[in-house]
Design a protein around this ligand. Structure first.
Ligand SMILES: [Zn+2]
Length: 134
């Protein structure tokens, strides 16, 4: 067999090996993607279950274990952090949120028109001031 025949055969064998290998890689990528996809679905369903449990906690509709209660309270804290951050953004936009009732008020509001709380951040900010009608 001459030299060029050997080279041709070697190239052909290599090509076949590469093609087989890339097929295997593609199949592995597909399998990994399917695992990733299914894991995402599992996380979505777990999230939905969690949300339903959190709603039960919020509505006091079920007796929950201590560890679940602890996690629900953690969620409460996180929600408060988000609410505070959003209120901060709102105040930059020119809206103030009443700390007492959550009503959105103008940036320059001193008292909440809905519940009467002081909202201008004064010394007694957030404290309800009752106005006695005569
Ligand atoms: Zn208010």
């Amino acid at each position: 067999m001459d030299f060029f025949e050997n080279v041709k055969r070697a190239v052909s064998d290599t090509a076949q090996t590469v093609s087989k290998a890339s097929g295997e890689v593609a199949s592995k990528v597909k399998t990994r993607y399917s695992i990733y996809d299914t894991n995402s679905e599992i996380k979505r369903i777990l999230g939905e279950i969690g949300l339903e449990i959190y709603q039960l906690y919020k509505n006091d509709e079920a007796e929950l274990s201590d560890s679940i209660l602890e996690k629900c309270r953690e969620l409460d804290e996180k929600n408060e952090i988000i609410e505070a951050a959003e209120a901060k953004l709102d105040s930059k936009k020119g809206v103030v949120t009443c700390k007492n009732c959550g009503e959105k008020l103008g940036k320059n509001a001193v008292f909440c028109h809905k519940c009467g709380s002081r909202v201008d951040g004064g010394e007694d900010g957030g404290v309800t001031i009752t106005v006695t009608e005569e």
